[in-house]
Design a protein around this ligand. Structure first.
Ligand code: GAP
Length: 468
């Protein structure tokens, strides 16, 4: 894990938040490469679950909502962790403890023996601490203006259920999808970005007829799992965890987590929950609005009464930052002695970040073979200017060509395009494949087409003239 944290900082993926002031626990800033990686994951998700679907629509709702939402959803009452406080220095600690990456003992919390801050031994009894960040709507800071930063995107999909369904004339089953910022005042932190206080959730609320929910749950669980395989995660690093009935969230009839084998152990990457009609029911009660669905087929079926009901909800959810972390862990490889086996590299460790072509942040690096030949540098810059209109590219002229290839391997760049002396003679360039280090010679005029095909997964060596 330390190696991944170090790579992330060194190569511009993830930085500690406010680092110049000493950083903040559980808050992270995504640097230039981390931001591209996050966006690529979001784009894949949007393509798979919104664009390619007939019946799932996207919304982008406000982070702040009316405080009644959190009362109705049960978050004010249930979204808590048990804490004990050291009576001497007032440091607070979680009172439950972790087993196999999960907190256990909620409700019958244990007390701590000794304060890790001051050594004190006197603690308050466990108290429930709400994980939602409190803030005020408007300039008056009193209890009547309190609201919360959303801890999940789900609730705005329930409060907008009727508006979305009617404006888009949707019939069951249909889904509302959303990617958005969520906030949780996590007490237990550590393990890099795994448990952050601010993160993006991508989730779908899929509304179905009651009675069809169990079959839809299984369907979505399979579909959800396949999505993570399509991001390039290794099958052996994924598994399912079925939540036992007694530890289900207050709204859930069934929850299955998709776990990833992180360096610190198997932990939740994503999940699917059967939220039943809990949320629509609650929001109907608290708002006084009718949030039932009128089944239009009941109009036409003879002998059947007109039907209105609360749909059941299947919710596939994932944290984008956890997907980023899993993808980085999965793709990270160290090659002792280096892949090139040059004498200088023998004792070195080379890092290869083998990310899927669709989500790697940089697709193409453009490298002049040397930087002390102005015609070569000029040509390389021309190639870069052309390619960057089509692909996310990086231009690099610093250091030996071997070093630059290694730098690109470390950040998962798919193809390196080298402009060399032969380019000046015949307008061809060398393309190097990240994973095999194979090189082909490609005419400059065909470069865009060839790179496109490489990114689409065509056989690298078939696409040009092999060079040694
Ligand atoms: N609407 C359901 C819901 O919010 P959740 O399991 O609490 O369910 C959804 O959160 C996903 O968000 C999780 O599967 C996980 O990937 C991610 N997640 C939860 N807490 C997180 C945190 N503190 N930091 C980063 N990701 C988190």
């Amino acid at each position: 894990m330390e190696k991944i944290v170090s790579l992330c900082k060194r190569r511009g993926f993830i930085f500690p938040c406010s680092e110049i002031y000493g950083g903040v626990e559980a808050l992270w800033d995504y640097g230039p490469l981390g931001s591209l990686l996050k966006n690529n994951i979001k784009s894949r998700w949007l393509k798979r679950f919104v664009q390619e679907q007939d019946n799932i629509v996207l919304i982008d709702a406000a982070v702040l909502m009316r405080p009644e939402v959190w009362k109705a959803s049960g978050h004010l009452e249930h979204f808590t962790d048990p804490l004990v406080e050291c009576k001497n220095c007032h440091s607070r600690f979680r009172a439950d403890h972790m087993l196999d990456g999960r907190f256990i003992g909620k409700g019958k919390a244990e007390t701590k023996n000794q304060c890790s801050q001051c050594g004190g031994k006197d603690f308050t009894p466990p108290k429930q601490f709400n994980l939602m960040f409190k803030t005020f709507l408007g300039p008056v800071e009193d209890e009547t203006h309190v609201t919360y930063l959303r801890p999940e995107t789900a609730q705005s999909m329930f409060t907008n259920f009727k508006l979305v369904q009617e404006s888009m004339r949707l019939k069951l089953p249909f889904g509302i999808a959303q990617i958005g910022r969520c906030f949780r005042n996590e007490i237990t932190t550590g393990n890099f970005t795994f448990r952050s206080r601010e993160f993006d959730i991508a989730e779908i609320e899929y509304f179905v007829e009651p009675g069809k929910d169990e079959a839809e749950f299984d369907f979505w669980l399979n579909k959800w799992e396949k999505f993570f395989l399509s991001l390039g995660l290794k099958k052996e690093n994924l598994r399912r965890y079925e939540h036992p009935k007694e530890s289900l969230a207050h709204y859930s009839k069934r929850t299955v987590d998709i776990e990833y084998k992180f360096p610190f152990g198997w932990s939740e990457l994503a999940g699917v929950a059967n939220r039943t009609d809990f949320d629509l029911n609650q929001h109907s009660k608290f708002s006084g609005q009718d949030l039932t669905y009128f089944d239009p087929s009941s109009l036409y079926s003879s002998g059947q009464a007109k039907k209105s009901y609360f749909p059941y909800v299947i919710e596939p959810t994932m944290g984008i930052e956890r997907a980023v972390l899993a993808i980085l862990c999965d793709g990270y490889q160290e090659i002792k002695g280096g892949r090139t086996k040059t004498t200088r590299a023998v004792k070195e460790i080379e890092v290869l970040l083998k990310l899927d072509k669709k989500i790697a942040p940089i697709k193409v690096a453009v490298l002049p073979l040397v930087r002390n030949k102005p015609e070569l540098v000029k040509k390389a810059k021309e190639v870069y200017q052309t390619l960057k209109l089509h692909f996310v590219c990086q231009y690099d002229e610093l250091g030996s060509i071997g070093r630059r290839y290694r730098r690109q391997d470390e950040i998962a760049t798919i193809v390196s395009v080298t402009v060399d002396l032969q380019t000046l003679k015949d307008d061809t360039v060398t393309c190097r494949d990240r994973d095999t280090m194979a090189q082909i010679r490609v005419e400059k005029s065909k470069l865009i087409e060839v790179i496109q095909k490489i990114l689409e997964g065509e056989e690298f060596l078939e696409l040009g003239k092999l060079v040694k």
